[in-house]
Design a protein around this ligand. Structure first.
Ligand code: 5GP
Length: 188
């Protein structure tokens, strides 16, 4: 049987990566899709692990060759999901998890209606700003851009199949795992 495609979105600072780090080992048979980006690597980034870091020219060439399942400009940089990687995992019967922005999620829903979309909401605007500042990886200008984009992204939440509010890490991980297991027909 073909795998299922899960799409996970939420504003920068909502805690997406922390949730996925905890949830993926609990799920098994799920591949995290490593995106391509033109963003500059942060100190903690590892090329080929967190992202494939590409020059804009290479990225644009891949767009023209139809190599992306979806792509979008997010916070001023290009991000995209490689079609071949996702397809080969789904073909093998493995579920695939994309962590992408709302523009990308909308593109996926248009081309693959069966994809399951999950949106994570920060508990409050203040909490989101606190998390962004605590991370300490962005300049003040980038933080302001991410806060502005978070407000825009949250307007799209009701287009998702599921919304999870991140009040507490353990509860959010549990809810996320339950959603995925629910589609698999696995009991808790
Ligand atoms: P960051 O640069 O903080 O890792 O990610 C910034 C934003 O880019 C996040 O909202 C993340 O969901 C989004 N993003 C990461 N990879 C992709 C992708 O392949 N496609 C799209 N559309 N967005 C992505």
């Amino acid at each position: 049987m073909r795998g299922r495609l899960f799409v996970f979105s939420g504003p920068s600072g909502a805690g997406k990566n922390t949730v996925l780090k905890e949830a993926i080992p609990l799920l098994g048979n799920i591949s995290y899709s490593i995106s391509c980006t033109t963003r500059k690597p942060r100190p903690e980034d590892v090329d080929g692990e967190t992202y494939f870091f590409l020059d804009e020219a290479v990225f644009k060439d891949m767009i023209s060759k139809g190599m992306f399942l979806e792509y979008a400009k997010v916070h001023g940089n290009l991000y995209g999901t490689r079609r071949d990687m996702v397809e080969s995992e789904l073909e093998k019967g493995r579920d695939v998890l994309l962590e992408i922005d709302v523009q990308g999620a909308i593109q996926i829903k248009e081309s693959m209606k069966e994809a399951i979309t999950i949106f994570i909401m920060p508990s409050s605007a203040e909490e989101l700003e606190r998390r962004l500042r605590k991370r300490g990886t962005e300049s003040e200008e980038e933080i302001q851009l991410r806060i502005k984009n978070a407000q825009k992204e949250q307007l799209f939440a009701d287009k998702y199949d599921h919304i999870v509010i991140n009040n507490n890490l353990n509860d959010t991980v549990e809810k996320f795992v339950d959603i995925v297991k629910g589609y698999r027909g696995e009991s808790k």
